[in-house]
Design a protein around this ligand. Structure first.
Ligand SMILES: [Fe+2]
Ligand SMILES: [Fe+2]
Length: 390
């Protein structure tokens, strides 16, 4: 490439550079001084001298979350062809058509794209009205959670350090947006009224959005995401809900984010020990218990013991809290025993012939693929004694 060079005034160029260098020193010094006395200095937590966000590159976080999210990116049009989503590219359609051509007649019939009326007919065939209401009650609880996950992950973008963590969170924002709009359409396909948030979800989700600093990661990525992961793991094997496997896979990455982030930026000892921080996390966790009790009739409609589900959720939350540094191992053990006692006491008071049960060793996730995903995160569990964390 040949460029016809244009002459410039060397003296003007020299003066411009000197003026810029002086302005640069003054502007940055003024912002540093403001920040030192608690005024608003530089707004961006960005390190332009190193071409990184404050906190450095942290490429490992980027690889584990941003790169992986893009590899596993799924399209609603392919997963729910009956929906209104048209998010596949021409190339993706062409690949689908090619795959279609290589199939036998029976395979092609099984893969047949159904329209929304056919999908609604499938739901009507498979479920009674009460069962549809139960599924919608459970899915809507997490649907409202997706709205908050979208808002919390966007607000966390300004709380985390490093380029890698921001790239990871950016993918979570995109995935939560997709989860909200896609799940909304799936829930609406059941054609039964969608319940509002219960008071307990309201407290849990508002609490996570209002939480200070990295307690947001606890409220959202550990508490809410684990409840979501467990609900998707519970429902994925039901007819018409196969798409939840894709949600489950995304949520598994979101639950792993605090662990991976705190490996790079460990929680300061004072944050771990701080009584106010611990109390704030306990206050965030508490609404989970009445929420699960409130969902007991809906879970029972689907043949699920609400306290097997509760034990499975609270064990996973405790494990992630310990691995992220929010709890020490001894407190985690105490917490698991405390939840077990509460669940057994409630069942003794509300069930006719309740015998003490170790609810905390239950696992309500069903299906080969989702169980394998959870083994990667939680490792060996009492119900999966042979599993090992990777
Ligand atoms: Fe989500
Ligand atoms: Fe999520």
């Amino acid at each position: 490439m040949h460029f016809e060079k244009r002459p410039i005034n060397q003296r003007a160029d020299l003066i411009n550079h000197r003026v810029e260098a002086l302005a640069n020193r003054v502007i940055r010094a003024a912002d540093r001084a403001k920040a030192r006395i608690g005024l608003r200095g530089r707004a961006a937590s960005y390190d332009d001298e190193h071409y990184e966000f404050a906190g450095g590159a942290k490429d490992e976080l980027r690889r584990k979350h941003y790169d992986k999210s893009l590899r596993l990116l799924w399209k609603a049009e392919a997963a729910m062809p009956w929906s209104s989503f048209r998010d596949m590219s021409e190339a993706e359609h062409a690949i689908g058509d090619l795959a279609d051509k290589s199939m036998t007649g029976a395979e092609r019939a099984a893969r047949k794209h159904i329209n929304s009326d056919a999908f609604r007919a499938l739901l009507d065939r498979e479920y009674t009205l009460e069962e549809k209401q139960a599924i919608v009650a459970i899915l809507a609880a997490i649907g409202h959670g997706e709205a908050y996950a979208w808002m919390v992950s966007a607000s966390l973008l300004t709380e985390v350090q490093s380029t890698g963590a921001r790239a990871a969170l950016t993918m979570q924002v995109v995935e939560e947006a997709k989860h909200f709009v896609v799940l909304r359409e799936l829930v609406q396909a059941f054609a039964v009224p969608v319940p509002r948030q219960t008071a307990w979800e309201y407290l849990l989700l508002e609490g996570s959005l209002k939480a200070h600093g990295l307690n947001k990661l606890f409220g959202m990525n550990i508490l809410v995401e684990t409840i979501a992961l467990s609900i998707f793991g519970l429902l994925v094997s039901l007819p018409g809900l196969e798409v939840l496997q894709l949600f489950h896979l995304d949520e598994s990455r979101h639950t792993a984010l605090p662990m991976n982030y705190f490996k790079e930026f460990p929680l300061a000892g004072r944050d771990r020990r701080s009584v106010s921080g611990r109390m704030a996390r306990v206050a965030l966790t508490l609404p989970t218990l009445p929420l699960i009790m409130y969902l007991e009739p809906a879970l029972s409609q689907l043949g699920i013991d609400a306290f097997d589900f509760a034990g499975s959720v609270m064990r996973k939350i405790s494990v992630l809290s310990e691995r992220s540094g929010f709890l020490d191992t001894e407190t985690m053990g105490k917490q698991i025993r405390l939840f077990n006692s509460i669940f057994n006491a409630y069942c003794k008071a509300t069930r006719t012939s309740h015998h003490w049960k170790d609810f905390m060793s239950a696992d309500t996730t069903r299906g080969v693929a989702v169980e394998a995903v959870e083994r990667e995160i939680f490792g060996a569990t009492p119900s999966n004694p042979k599993a090992s964390p990777n």
